[in-house]
Ligand binder design. Structure first.
Ligand code: DAH
Length: 338
């Protein structure tokens, strides 16, 4: 193409360009390395020496001119494309909102995690035992002898003469002491099963067992740890009170109360006017249990406790029926969104 043809055709062709594809074709035809302008540049070798300078300048002017035309057109095409996109993307603000609901942790999971956090901070490790246990681990080696009432058919779900659904997480103590030497510091979370059902009982519920075995462990260690636990879960002002109790696997055994976190101990409906709420059981591991696990009870002593997770959740959140924790009613569970 001669310079003249380029000048006239270029303009005419560009006038017909309407979209990015046509514009790209135009660029290839005129401005690319193999395009018409470049071909003109190449033609310089056939131009007589004395005309080369003028020829070169003329081609450069053409190149600048075509480039300017191209740039202006590009702006126009881009703007048109953008407006078309805006048109296509118009949002109808009157449409109902689509929302995806984010889930949240179940309150029992939250309580379980909170408890684990407190005790992990004191160096406890987690151990999980089986839900199907045998008589030996669930009862006998925990010093719950054959005629103990907790073995009663009305409490325990027996599977065979020897196998049962564990009635507490305490068998975890035996399993840990069978495999580890003192010092031992473990938490055993898990589901437990008892044939019992009313507002504050369910046939399946969750417990968290604690066990520490070392030299010179006393009830003071137990109370110190549980003080930290109630402060973290209920309130900075919460205190514990130990009352004498009885469990076959601990001697002495205690029932642990927390000072009422609702009234601060003055007496209210939650604490039934006493200022104290019972939260868990514990004690000093019975020597017989240590010996059943071949741990020298003249050298070592242990503390143990068992926390009912549903009970803690019900107290902390003011839930009046345990069933609510298992119904999976979304409206109920939503309230526990962190
Ligand atoms: N296993 C007991 C229960 O299910 C709770 C318990 C009491 C656990 C005292 C303990 C303990 O480790 O020392 O009721």
């Amino acid at each position: 193409m001669s310079m003249e043809t380029i000048k006239t055709e270029c303009q005419a062709e560009l006038n017909l360009v309407e979209d990015a594809k046509q514009l790209a074709d135009f660029w290839t035809k005129y401005l690319s390395k193999t395009g018409e302008v470049q071909k003109l540049m190449g033609g310089i070798k056939n131009v007589p020496k004395e005309e080369k300078k003028a020829y070169g300048q003329a081609v450069n002017e053409i190149k600048t001119w075509v480039q300017a035309l191209y740039d202006a057109k590009k702006e126009e095409v881009d703007k048109k494309a953008m407006l078309a996109r805006y048109d296509a993307e118009t949002v109808d603000v009157t449409l109902p909102v689509k929302h995806t609901e984010a889930g949240n942790l179940h309150p029992l999971t939250c309580i379980k995690n909170e408890i684990i956090d407190v005790f992990a901070g004191m160096g406890f490790e987690i151990f999980e035992g089986p839900e199907i246990e045998d008589d030996d681990h669930n009862f006998t080696r925990l010093n719950v002898l054959k005629d103990h009432p907790s073995r009663d058919m009305q409490d325990t779900f027996w599977l065979t003469e020897d196998l049962l659904l564990r009635t507490h997480t305490s068998p975890g103590q035996i399993r840990v002491m069978d495999t580890e030497k003192p010092p031992i510091k473990v938490l055993v979370p898990g589901k437990v099963f008892r044939s019992d059902s009313d507002a504050t009982h369910s046939p399946m519920f969750s417990q968290m067992e604690g066990l520490v075995v070392d030299e010179h462990i006393t009830l003071c260690d137990l109370q110190g740890m549980l003080d930290q636990f109630v402060k973290a879960l209920f309130s900075d002002e919460a205190k514990t009170r130990l009352r004498p109790s009885y469990f076959p696997f601990t001697e002495p055994s205690v029932e642990v109360d927390v000072s009422c976190f609702k009234c601060g101990g003055k007496g209210c409906s939650l604490c039934k006017g006493t200022g104290w709420i019972e939260v868990l059981g514990g004690g000093i591991v019975n020597n017989k249990v240590l010996e059943n696990c071949n741990i020298d009870s003249s050298k070592y002593s242990g503390l143990a406790f068992g926390i009912g997770i549903e009970r803690i959740a019900m107290l902390k959140y003011g839930i009046n029926h345990m069933g609510k924790l298992f119904e999976n009613d979304i409206e109920f569970l939503k309230q526990f969104k962190a």
